[in-house]
Design a protein around this ligand. Structure first.
Ligand SMILES: [Zn+2]
Length: 63
C-alpha cells in the first residue's frame, strides 16, 4: 500500500488542495501547504515514521 505523507509532521492527513491549480497539498495536522509530499510504500513509511519519532524525541530531550 502507498502512503502519502506530510514532509513536516509525517501525517497522512494531507490532501491535494483542489482550490489551487498549482497542484499543492495541504496538511490538516500541521497546516503545511506546498507542492512537496512524500510517497512511501509500507516499509519506507515505517522507516520514515521511526526517523520522525527519533528527531521529535531529540527535540524534547536535548542532551
Ligand atoms: Zn503536517
Amino acid at each position: 500500500m502507498n502512503h502519502v505523507v506530510c514532509p513536516m509532521c509525517g501525517s497522512e492527513n494531507i490532501f491535494a488542495d483542489s482550490g489551487l491549480i498549482t497542484g499543492k497539498y495541504k496538511c490538516n495536522e500541521c497546516g503545511y501547504v506546498g507542492s512537496l509530499i512524500y510517497e512511501f510504500d509500507d516499509k519506507d513509511y515505517e522507516l520514515f515514521k521511526r526517523q520522525l519519532e527519533r528527531s521529535k524525541s531529540r527535540e524534547k530531550f536535548p542532551k
